[in-house]
Design a protein around this ligand. Structure first.
Ligand code: GLN
Ligand code: ZN
Length: 731
């Protein structure tokens, strides 16, 4: 018996309906009733799309903001009564909102709930099974025990994923046990009245450590399985074999795991469907359905009940392939809707019905293999570089910014007009030059030491580079949800990347021509370019990172050849791509180190290399900083206890941990910044401290940015008076 199961069809909808509804409601233009009706309609449209292609599909995926928050309120972690949208959205985006964190190394951010100090949960059945979408599946057949042919199944994130991903995961097996016991009762109360199979999503079961935690979980799943037939779904990576087998011994209605498995497939009990993640959810390439059908044939012939599913929820892909594609890409992509079609096609192929169609669906990717030139030798030691950089003439506590200046409405309108062809290149460039002039003048007036051009030409730090490189395709409408109503368009890397035109050269040189002070060339690094793009079929992250590094290397050489003395590489995605599996981390570290060296290793010792990271997880960062060996690192520290610097204090780097928080619109007085900087100096010798905001200023209003930069320069001035620090000759 073969069925197909969809998962995660983007709640964004085919035309960003979700974004429109949320923003309309928040902005006050959409009254509550119309908003909820709109969500119902969207759910109806999604379910219809599911039904067109697959047999089984989840109900209740149209979250009001984020499924993790839905779960938190359904379990009573926060006092939010069902239907109280105000209280719900206060947790999502108000003052005191829950923190956001990236979900399983993807670019989707979930709201991170806090577990109660005492393991006590107060389930709120009104929030489950249908926060919205109650009516959308009405009148459909429902099977209490068996399953009808097309059916919606309520879905919920499972208790293990909640505890592993919480702000405060249980610190000991005893605590874990206590929370899981309490959660067992709470989930049971939610599941009991449902009366049909439930899709319990437990992606955390793929994580390292799940094997050790498993003994605490098996009893819980048994208990829940007694309330409602349970389909336990895992995705993103294959389960470890011993975890898979232990779960397979449970009386589940279905066990979901990524195929092919690590090792062999677990033996499931009769009555349990093997739910196999067979088509990609994170990557946009069509699946080799014929190859897959051949590998699954024996399983089907043996009479197993198999459900075909995606390897990841489909909301990491755009809704559907809906725009013309360039020659190298046409006929090769599958977004979310096409993934559902793939499942249907595969099912038919497994029944022997349409093998030819399955074969025609997929063409093998063109060979990638462009050999890379050898990496450059390591740069000379830091001390030699410091000496070679003395003529930059930086004062003690040098001041700089991270790159972007406020992106005003006018600026966005300008770029839009260029995009639509409304504005010719020459006029556009003159406008950009004007903004660069203003930015340079402002920085000189404020008294900053290392200047930036302000990045007015960049809409997005990845898409902008992708558009100037060969090998990338950027879409117009290929939007994916990032969090809340925020969307982005991942570029698609499909051929070896190469710079087609200068990336940052023109703007940087123009800015440098306006000032005697050093201007920093700012590039998005290879890890971040790879992390926030779709990668070519069959090309691993490490390989892509190295190829992107080579493309940037050309640009960096050129920039330095033209006299630029400071180069900054932005790698905000560095830690988020840290592999989920511990055994893959050393390889990743090596690749990242090599890539950074390829980008900046050709530079003469007199060129100062900055690395910008948005993180403050210093223990995790340390090995990367050692491997990358930049001259200066700027990071996000303005909201942390400065004690974190201890972990890095002995590295031969200058550090700019952040004098103020760019995410806040509040004005930070010079005194406040001064005391923060003094806090850093408890852990860091004065000659190694830089003074900068903790990230780019693009989301701030001009007056907010200017006020805080003024205070920042003032704080550095006072620090020079009181502490002294490095001499102008760098000794
Ligand atoms: N240079 C970029 C900026 O200032 C860096 C952004 C980032 O690290 N996220 O906007
Ligand atoms: Zn940043």
């Amino acid at each position: 018996m073969i069925r197909t199961l969809g998962l995660g069809l983007p709640r964004l909808g085919p035309h960003l309906e979700y974004k429109g509804l949320l923003e309309g409601f928040w902005g006050g233009s959409l009254p509550r009733e119309a908003f909820l009706e709109g969500l119902e309609e969207l759910e109806g449209l999604r379910l219809a799309a599911y039904r067109q292609e697959v047999d089984l599909y989840p109900l209740g995926e149209v979250s009001l903001y984020d499924p993790m928050l839905d779960l938190a309120v359904a379990l009573g972690l926060y006092p939010v009564l069902p239907g109280d949208l105000e209280a719900y959205y206060a947790l999502a985006r108000g003052k005191g909102a829950l923190p956001l964190r990236k979900w399983f190394g993807t670019n989707y951010h979930y709201l991170v709930p806090r577990l109660p100090e005492q393991p006590r949960y107060r389930p709120q059945p009104g929030w489950f099974p249908y926060p919205v979408g109650r009516g959308a599946d009405a009148g459909r057949p429902q099977g209490a025990r068996g399953l009808s042919l097309t059916e919606g199944l309520p879905t919920l994130i499972g208790p293990y994923t909640l505890v592993r991903l919480a702000q405060n995961p249980p610190a000991s097996p005893r605590e874990l046990q206590a929370h899981l016991e309490a959660l067992g009762e709470a989930y049971a109360e939610l599941l009991r009245p449902v009366g049909r199979p439930v899709l319990l999503q437990e992606p955390a079961l793929i994580l390292d450590g799940a094997g050790e935690d498993l003994p605490h979980l098996l009893g819980l799943y048994r208990l829940l399985g007694a309330q409602a037939p349970l389909v336990l779904l895992t995705y993103y990576l294959p389960l470890r074999p011993q975890v898979a087998q232990a779960l397979a011994d449970l009386p589940l209605r279905g066990l979901g795991l990524v195929y092919p498995p690590e090792g062999s497939l677990p033996r499931v009990s009769p009555g349990t469907a093997l739910v196999l993640g067979v088509v990609e959810g994170l990557s946009p390439w069509r699946t080799d359905l014929l190859g897959l059908a051949r590998s699954l044939d024996p399983l089907v012939e043996a009479g197993h009940e198999v459900w075909l599913a995606p390897k990841a929820p489909l909301y990491h892909l755009p809704w559907e392939v809906a725009e013309p594609l360039p020659p190298g890409l046409a006929g090769r992509l599958a977004f979310a809707k096409e993934r559902l079609r793939e499942l249907a096609l595969l099912k038919r192929a497994l029944r022997g019905e349409s093998r030819e169609e399955a074969q025609a669906w997929h063409t093998p990717p063109p060979a990638w293999g462009r050999g890379l030139p050898p990496p450059p030798p390591p740069r000379p030691p830091r001390e030699a570089r410091r000496q070679a950089q003395v003529d930059l003439n930086l004062p003690p506590f040098p001041t700089t910014t991270i790159g972007s200046f406020p992106q005003t409405k006018e600026l966005r309108a300008l770029r839009k007009r260029r995009r639509s062809g409304d504005l010719d290149q020459a006029t556009y460039w003159r406008e950009i030059q004007k903004i660069i002039q203003e930015n340079i003048r402002l920085q000189e007036e404020l008294g900053l030491d290392v200047l930036v051009h302000g990045e007015p030409e960049r809409s997005d730090m990845v898409e902008f580079f992708a558009e100037r490189m060969e090998g990338f395709h950027t879409t117009h409408k290929g939007f994916v949800l990032s969090y809340g109503s925020r969307v982005w368009r991942p570029p698609i890397l499909f051929a070896p990347p190469r710079r087609r035109e200068p990336l940052v050269l023109r703007e940087t040189l123009y800015a440098q021509s306006l000032t005697p002070k050093p201007v920093k060339a700012i590039l998005t690094g290879p890890v971040t370019l790879a992390a926030w793009s779709y990668l070519p079929q069959g090309v691993g992250l490490g390989e892509a990172i190295l190829a992107l590094a080579e493309a940037l290397r050309e640009e960096v050489r050129e920039v330095a050849a033209q006299g630029i003395r400071v180069v900054q590489v932005d790698e905000p995605a560095l830690l988020e791509k840290l592999p989920l599996r511990a055994e893959e981390r050393p390889g990743y570290l090596a690749r990242v180190g090599e890539a950074f060296s390829r980008v900046v290793g050709d530079l003469a010792p007199g060129v100062q290399v900055h690395l910008h990271l948005c993180y403050s997880d210093y223990a995790a960062l340390r090995p990367f900083l050692e491997a990358m060996d930049p001259d200066v690192v700027s990071l996000e520290g303005a909201r942390q206890d400065p004690g974190f610097l201890e972990a890095l204090a002995d590295l031969p780097l200058d550090l700019g941990p952040g004098a103020f928080d760019v995410h806040s619109p509040l004005e930070a007085p010079a005194e406040e910044m001064l005391s923060r900087l003094e806090g850093y100096l408890v852990h860091l010798p004065p000659e190694r401290l830089w003074v900068n905001p903790d990230c780019g200023l693009k989301t701030r209003k001009p007056e907010e940015a200017i006020a805080n930069l003024r205070h920042m320069v003032e704080a550095a001035r006072r620090l020079r008076q009181s502490v002294g620090g490095r001499h102008a000759d760098g000794t």
